[in-house]
Design a protein around this ligand. Structure first.
Ligand code: ADP
Length: 160
């Protein structure tokens, strides 16, 4: 039974995240999308809002669940009995940080392995930051996030 966690801020979740969730869910038996409650990061969406958006997005995926966590990822993984971390790699700029974190997590717990999925070419430019940047100026974000989230994102900036 291979249980994995896909951790992130997901502020907000994008088509790029969704692509990783879909592909990872086909590799492992159970995938938990772990939404980080990071108090030091100023997030646009509350933890509850981020969890509920991902829950909506994944409702037709039977082996995917959504949970929030704070503190160390390796500690949360022990709690839920997961041993695999899934991360997405968009460009070399992601690589250095990801490599360090993956190695640090493995040192913390040698049962923990990180697997990287390369971003789909059509989403390799896409990040939550890009979504927020465009939305803040009322730009078109329909290629970035599902249609049902567009108004919710604009509302945060009171644009459109
Ligand atoms: P974090 O704050 O941990 O970087 P994010 O929500 O930005 O959280 O990203 C979570 C994970 O999703 C990271 O592994 C990131 O590299 C990956 N990711 C983000 N955007 C994309 C994308 N467009 N395609 C593939 N992976 C992505």
């Amino acid at each position: 039974m291979k249980k994995a966690i896909y951790p992130g801020s997901f502020d907000p979740v994008t088509f790029g995240h969704m692509d990783i969730i879909t592909r990872a869910s086909q590799i492992v038996d159970e995938l938990v999308v772990g939404v980080l409650n990071n108090s030091s990061k100023n997030s646009l969406f509350s933890l509850e809002e981020r969890v509920s958006m991902i829950t909506e997005m994944t409702e037709n995926m039977p082996n995917v669940t959504v949970a929030s966590f704070d503190g160390l990822l390796v500690d949360f993984m022990k709690e839920i009995d997961a041993t695999i971390i899934v991360r997405g790699l968009r460009a070399v700029t992601d690589f250095e940080y990801e490599l360090q974190i993956a190695q640090a997590n493995h040192v913390q717990n040698s049962d923990v392995e990180t697997i990287f999925l390369t971003a789909d070419l059509q989403y390799s430019y896409l990040s939550s930051t890009i979504v927020k940047e465009f939305a803040s100026y009322g730009g078109d974000i329909s290629n970035f996030v599902p249609a049902c989230f567009i108004d919710r994102i604009y509302q945060k900036y009171e644009t459109k």
